[in-house]
Design a protein around this ligand. Structure first.
Ligand code: MN3
Length: 228
């Protein structure tokens, strides 16, 4: 139930961030997704304090910012204010990306008691793809951690499936709240903003990147690999 609610919310976010005309369309406000676990459930890898602030403050800000920008843009469009309409698109992309990325992030994390950190089943398509491309899940994690470490400032790393390349996997990074679009289907989203780790890991972000694999929800990544 929760997962289908979240999936609906995520897909709604994607369709809203696509710059299609909203004239005459019903604008649905986005809201925070339900979490499948308590704030403290990812400890010791991610502290409860981080999760609480991250979800109730940071993610909420993107929700609010997106809803506001969509309303403002609809108003600007209705008045024929082209310059303002274009300017507001920046806010829509930023907050809509932040909203979407965090929905992916929460869902692709799970407490160890709920399967967090357990690699995908070896007979799954995803596990076989990882083995053929990276040799092992450990190698994939090393590639991802190196890319995460290479982000200068705020951004995200995504494990993606490229629909235009036979479903090949790749690890891509984005800056700020840019999300992945087009043929790139996000399987995992990892938040590399300081707010995601600083209260616990301070300046040693490499330790956060290592630790997060203990709470990665590979079951969710497997689902995303198959569904999309
Ligand atoms: Mn964040």
């Amino acid at each position: 139930m929760l997962s289908s609610t979240l999936r609906n919310t995520v897909s709604r976010g994607f369709s809203n961030t696509a710059a299609k005309s909203t004239i005459g369309a019903v604008r649905t406000k986005v809201s925070l997704p339900d979490l499948d676990w308590d704030f403290g459930a990812l400890e010791p890898h991610i502290s409860g304090q981080i999760n609480e602030l991250h979800y109730t403050k940071h993610h909420q800000t993107y929700v609010n910012g997106y809803n506001t920008a969509i309303e403002q843009q609809a108003e600007a469009k209705s008045k024929g204010e082209v310059k303002k309409t274009i300017e507001l698109q920046k806010n829509i992309n930023f907050h809509g990306g932040g909203y979407t990325n965090h929905c992916l992030f929460w869902k692709n994390l799970a407490p160890e008691k709920q399967g967090g950190g357990e690699p995908p089943s070896s007979d799954s398509e995803l596990a076989q793809r990882i083995a053929s491309q990276y040799g092992s899940i450990e190698n994939l994690q090393s590639v991802a951690n190196a890319k995460l470490a290479g982000i200068q400032g705020s951004g995200w790393a995504f494990l993606v499936k490229n629909k235009e390349n036979g479903g090949a996997l790749d690890v891509v990074t984005t800056y700020n709240q840019d999300t992945v679009t087009g043929p790139l289907v996000p399987l995992l989203a990892i938040d590399a903003w300081e707010h995601a780790y600083y209260l616990q890991y301070q300046n040693v972000k490499a330790d956060y990147f290592k630790a997060i694999w203990n709470v990665i929800n590979w079951k969710e990544a497997e689902k995303r690999y198959l569904v999309n």
